[in-house]
Design a protein around this ligand. Structure first.
Ligand code: ACO
Length: 377
């Protein structure tokens, strides 16, 4: 094949554009948000601070953080009509379908959805950030037959999310592990869902359409859906003593082992040690050494057999399980964090736009004609 027709399946190794939002370095296993190592941000920052960093390039001053918090808290409510639409989605549908539907309606209800100013784009980002946890919490509760819990505007993002889901603010150990997971999930350069959002934005479509598309891309088990799939794997194995035999059978059947492998990192995901430490605190808090043993044995067996390391979804799945979330709610939590990165990329793409439109190498039939020959017209 010539240079122009060389196909990069899955766009592997293709540098599609520049970005100033985050840098993934697979050689050093590092991830920087606007220059800051994600581990430092996870140790010290709230998701609101990280959102400001991703959107504006700098961590907020005290006044900027207070302004963002006020705006985000003002956006936490769920209008009656959004609830009514969520209620129309059957509980047999996946919570990511609920979220996709709700984001679409939230966008259609925004009279400034098409306003191209940076201020309006920022307002849309906060509007989504505030409302998404409300949808996720409302949906999990309705599936459990529980009444909705109103947001509290005296709580930070992570605490309020847990409060709306469970009707109480859990132990600080749990809140902190949840906060850490949100910071780690917030941003990861040109992953599939972010790239989807950038493709949609590149057509000069609106932010809500881009986020609806990103939710759809994140749902798949090769991307965000893996945190849910990890929990199904751990449930299927059931006990640490069965980990190796289960893995051997799954690999013999050529199954992809959920929560392992990464397109960019080939020597381990930079975010895993931080999330594993958070999982360890939860295991101690809830007294679940059995789950930790199963986790460790499956990881050791996978590394021994395939040399493939876990990704962030591997520790976050069981962490959300211990916190009490329904397994199907795990990927919507990912959305509630990643919407900060998506919207940052949408704003960056819109600010320096070029239509994203790659080429394809045709390998279908050679030119041919209908039986009566070429159409004269
Ligand atoms: N289980 C078993 N084998 C695997 C796995 C896995 N999880 N990941 C990679 N491999 C194997 C492949 O079978 C392939 O082997 P082969 O060359 O013998 O055919 C080789 O490693 C290369 O894998 P690819 O799938 O070609 O690598 P790619 O970069 O396309 O895939 C992906 C990356 C999709 C993440 C893959 O590792 C995977 O499917 N993992 C499981 C799903 C998952 O955990 N996704 C979450 C990603 S991270 C995130 O979204 C936060």
């Amino acid at each position: 094949m010539t240079e122009t027709t060389q196909v990069r399946k899955g766009l592997a190794g293709v540098v599609a554009d520049t970005t100033a939002i985050s840098k993934v370095n697979p050689e050093t296993n590092s991830l920087l948000y606007r220059g800051y190592p994600v581990q430092e941000l996870a140790a010290r920052c709230s998701l609101e601070e990280v959102a400001h960093l991703l959107w504006h390039g700098e961590l907020p001053t005290a006044a900027e953080l207070a302004a963002l918090q006020e705006l985000e808290r003002a956006n936490r409510g769920l209008e009656e009509d959004v609830r009514a639409v969520v209620d129309l989605v059957p509980v047999t549908a996946h919570p990511m379908d609920v979220l996709r539907t709700a984001v679409s309606l939230i966008g259609a209800q925004d009279p400034a959805a098409a306003d191209p100013s940076p201020e309006a784009a920022h307002a849309r980002s906060v509007r989504l950030l505030g409302r998404i946890p409300a949808v996720v919490a409302y949906d999990q509760r309705r599936r459990r037959g529980q009444e909705p819990v109103p947001a509290r505007d005296d709580l930070g993002y992570a605490e309020n999310f847990l409060h709306m889901t469970f009707g109480e603010v859990p132990d600080p150990v749990v809140v902190d592990a949840f906060r850490v997971s949100l910071v780690l999930y917030a941003e990861h350069s040109f992953n599939a869902s972010t790239f989807t959002a950038r493709v949609i934005t590149s057509t000069m479509s609106d932010m809500y359409s881009a986020v609806v598309g990103a939710v759809g891309a994140l749902k798949g088990p090769l991307h965000g859906g893996a945190n849910e799939a990890v929990m199904h794997v751990l449930d299927e194995i059931g006990d640490a003593s069965r980990a190796e035999a289960w893995l051997d059978r799954a690999l013999a059947e050529r199954r992809k082992i959920m929560g392992f492998g990464h397109r960019v990192y080939k020597h381990g995901d930079s975010r895993v040690p931080t999330m594993k430490a958070a999982l360890d605190t939860l295991v101690a808090h809830y007294g679940r050494p059995d789950l930790a043993e199963l986790y460790d044995r499956l990881e050791a067996a996978m590394v021994a057999r395939k040399g493939i390391e876990p990704n962030l979804d591997y520790p976050s799945g069981p962490a959300y399980h211990l916190m009490g979330f329904d397994t199907a709610t795990f990927t919507p939590i990912f959305v509630a964090a990643r919407v900060t990165g998506w919207t940052a990329h949408i704003m960056e793409q819109a600010g320096d736009n070029a239509l994203i439109r790659p080429l394809s190498a045709y390998d279908g039939p050679a030119e041919r004609h209908l039986p009566d020959g070429p159409d004269e017209a």
